[in-house]
Every structure is written in C-alpha cells, then in structure tokens.
Design a binder for this molecule. Structure first.
Ligand code: C2E
Ligand code: MG
Ligand code: MG
Length: 402
C-alpha cells in the first residue's frame, strides 16, 4: 500500500491559482492510473493525497521490501517528467509512504494510518522520497540503495574481478571453467554475487556489469589460451543483458576487439530468459550460435517451464542445479531427478554439467552415470586467474581417473 502526498502542493495554488492546482491533481491521477495494472487500485483520498494498492507479489528470490521498492520506484519515475498545465511545464514530486501487507488480515484504518506515518517520515527526510513503515524494511532498502550506488562505481574503482571455477570430466581432466563475478567492497570485504546481482538487475547497472564481464571473460580466455589451456570459458548472462536490442552486435564487437574465440565461449542462461519472448530469443540465439557461441541452461530443473523448448533452441548443455546434487546419491528423489536429466540430455544430444559437487560420493555417482563435467568445492573453489593457473597442473593429476 503506497500513500502519496504531493510535495509543496500549496505553492501551485498560491502562485498559479486553484484552477492550476486542480489541473495538476487531474494530471497526477491520470499518470498514476496509466502506471498501474488492471488489478491495482489508485484512489485520491482527498486534498493532494493519493493511495495505491498494488498486488505485485514478490518474485522468486525476491524480498517483499525489494518488490515494494520496485513499485515505489515506478511511481517516483512517473514524476520525473514535468506536468503540462495550461500549456506550461510544471515540475512536481511526491513523498511516498509504503506498508507491505503481510499474510495476516489487517484493518483498513490501521493500514492507512501506518502508510501515512511512513509518508510523513519521507517528508521529514527531505521530500521526494520513499519511506517504509516497517523499520526492518526501511533498513534493508537503505542498505540496498547504498550498495547500488557503490556498485555503480565498482568498475571504475577496480573493485570487481572474475574468478575461475574448474569443470572436470570423469578422468579428472579440466574440460572447462566458469567465470564468476567477485566484488571486494572497501568496507564490507567480499560481497556475494547472490546479493549484488539481483540489485544490479533491478537497475540498468546489470547492463554495464554484464558488458564488463563479457570483456573480461574474453580476456581471460586469451590468457588461458596463452598458458596452453584451450578450454571453453562459461559466463553468466543475465536476462536484461540478453534482451537488449543490440545484444548480438555488442557480443560481436567485443569478440572482434578482444580477439577471443567464439567457439570457446559458453553463455549460461536461465530457463526464464529462454522462455520470455521466444520469437525474439530464438533468432538471437541462432545468430550467436552461428558464430560458434554455445548456450548452457543454468540451474536446470528449478524453473517452471515446459521441456518443449529444449528441442526448439540451439542449446549445447544443461547445468543441473546444485540443489539436486546436494542430496545425491543418498536421497532417492533427487537421485532420480539427476538420472532423469542425464538420460534426457543423452537422448537430446546435450552435454550435462553438474554444479555444486562437494563430495567424492557425488562425483563417483555422476561419473558412473555418464555426466560429462562436474564443478564444485570437491574439486576447487572459484579463484583468481593466477592462482587457478598455479594449482591446475597439480589438481588435474591429483584427482586422476575416478
Ligand atoms: P551460478 O551461475 O549457478 O554459479 C554457481 C554458484 O555456486 C557460484 O556462487 C559458486 O561459487 C557456487 N558453487 C560452486 N561450487 C559449489 C559447491 O560445491 N557448493 C556450493 N554450495 N556452492 C558452490 P557465486 O559465485 O556466489 O554466484 C552466485 C550466482 O550469482 C551465480 O550462480 C550466478 O547466477 C550469479 N553470478 C555470478 N557471477 C555472475 C556474472 O558475472 N553475471 C551474472 N549475470 N550473474 C553472475
Ligand atoms: Mg552459472
Ligand atoms: Mg548455477
């Protein structure tokens, strides 16, 4: 529930008359209405106060605070363009208080009062802001915002790095690497990508990060080649990055500039990305595949998709999600799922990589079932390129045939 109050509404009434004030209220109402989906509600409570009830639920892996912040962010963006009153532009802003509705029923009066309290907090903090009623959410949102603005500078400040994690076959030979992004924050130290990637994905930051990762992955590949490791380099491609109109051109330009080999690049994408807008996805993947780039489905088995897409798309590989590997081979359910994925992939001519392999028992089981490659802490943790180069000679003989 969002409670909006226009900032300094009195000014427009005083300076340009009540007719102009009325016109502004109408224009704001229209703009807010245009922003919402059918199941949302926008109301004017009176004066310059509006209330929005949004049913946008938190997506998977998303917190309620983050989902609410997305909605509030959309509302704030709607105020960025000036309103045209009587042919003249007028800039207005709003202070927004947010209450997140929990599963337990709450009375309307209470909700509105709490949202109003939060709105006053937004005003007190200097207007044109969003404040949450729940203290914990306010803290979380503030921490996210701080992280987001620091992340925006992380590339220039050289706080980012790619780490390499090996993929090994049943004979213990390194047959590939995945590059994983690492952010060393000057104060907090290492920040997990599981925390900062979703934050970057919410803003357009992910586009810059993704482009940087692509460039660095190409550079890494060249360094590996120079050291005698002609192995594919897998990198994670985020949905927003992939869906940019000029993504294919960007990739080709980076390939050209870096001199990297397209046939030694694997793009890890998620099921969600593949199914979103299939008509655009297929030609785009085909164009990249024609250059030799291969596609892998990351976290396979955790999406809710139909399997029909597996034969429609130019896929090379499936990465079994580590949640299934974790309890294999002692949990019969997970073991059956892993075996099913392996057999399905074999029939479809796809390679399989198991991620999150932590024990000898898991590795032996997967190798015996014909899994092409295994990746996980049992073999190695992700590490910087120089460290990776140093230990790889040793570890490939260390594991030997399983
Ligand atoms: P992912 O692509 O599924 O990466 C695998 C994650 O599992 C990595 O976590 C890796 O460190 C971790 N892992 C590897 N072996 C084991 C194991 O044996 N046990 C356990 N428990 N974990 C293991 P990390 O590096 O924290 O990355 C988390 C996620 O962040 C990645 O999941 C990926 O979705 C995202 N990510 C990381 N780097 C990038 C990037 O450059 N671009 C994008 N778009 N996303 C990235
Ligand atoms: Mg991955
Ligand atoms: Mg994964």
């Amino acid at each position: 529930l969002l409670y909006l109050d226009l900032d300094r509404f009195k000014n427009i009434n005083d300076a340009r008359g009540h007719a102009a004030g009325d016109a502004l209220l109408l224009a704001v109402a229209q703009r807010l209405g245009g922003l919402m989906r059918e199941e949302d509600t926008v109301a004017r409570l009176g004066g310059d106060e509006f209330v929005i009830l949004s049913t946008r639920a938190a997506q998977e892996h998303d917190s309620d605070a983050r989902a609410a912040r997305v909605v509030a962010g959309k509302v704030r963006e709607a105020f960025e363009q000036p309103f045209i009153l009587d042919g003249q532009p007028y800039s207005a802003s709003a202070s927004i208080g947010v209450v997140v509705l929990g599963p337990a029923p709450q009375g309307t009066e209470d909700l509105l009062r709490n949202a109003d309290t939060a709105m006053y907090r937004a005003k007190a903090a200097g207007r044109n802001r969003v404040a949450f009623f729940e203290a914990a959410m306010q803290q979380e949102v503030e921490a996210q915002l701080a992280l987001e603005s620091e992340l925006a500078q992380a590339i220039e400040r050289e706080q980012l790095a790619l780490h390499l994690q090996s993929q090994l076959d049943a004979t213990g030979t390194v047959v590939g690497v995945e590059v994983l992004l690492r952010w060393t924050h000057p104060l907090h130290g290492a920040v997990s990508p599981a925390r900062f990637i979703p934050i970057a994905e919410e803003s357009s930051l992910i586009l810059r990060l993704g482009h940087w990762v692509l460039e660095q992955a190409c550079l890494t590949q060249r360094q590996l080649l120079a050291a005698g490791h002609a192995i594919p380099v897998s990198l994670n491609v985020s949905p927003r990055q992939f869906h940019q109109a000029d993504f294919v051109e960007q990739v080709l330009a980076v390939l050209e500039r870096s001199g990297a080999r397209a046939d030694l690049l694997v793009f890890e994408v998620t099921e969600g990305l593949l199914l979103e807008n299939l008509e655009h996805t297929i030609p785009r993947m085909d164009a990249l595949a024609a250059r030799g780039i291969r596609f892998s489905v990351d976290d396979f088995g955790t999406g809710y998709s139909s399997l029909a897409y597996l034969k429609r798309l130019p896929l090379h590989e499936l990465k079994i999600d580590r949640s299934f590997i974790q309890d294999t081979p002692h949990d019969p359910g997970d073991t059956a799922i892993v075996e099913m994925i392996l057999s399905m992939a074999r029939h479809l001519g796809l390679k399989v990589v198991a991620e999150g392999v932590e024990t000898r028992a898991q590795a032996d089981f997967l190798a015996a079932r014909g899994c092409h490659a295994m990746q996980g802490f049992f073999y190695s943790h992700p590490q910087a390129l120089d460290a990776w180069l140093r230990v790889t000679q040793r570890s490939s003989s260390l594991f030997g045939p399983l």
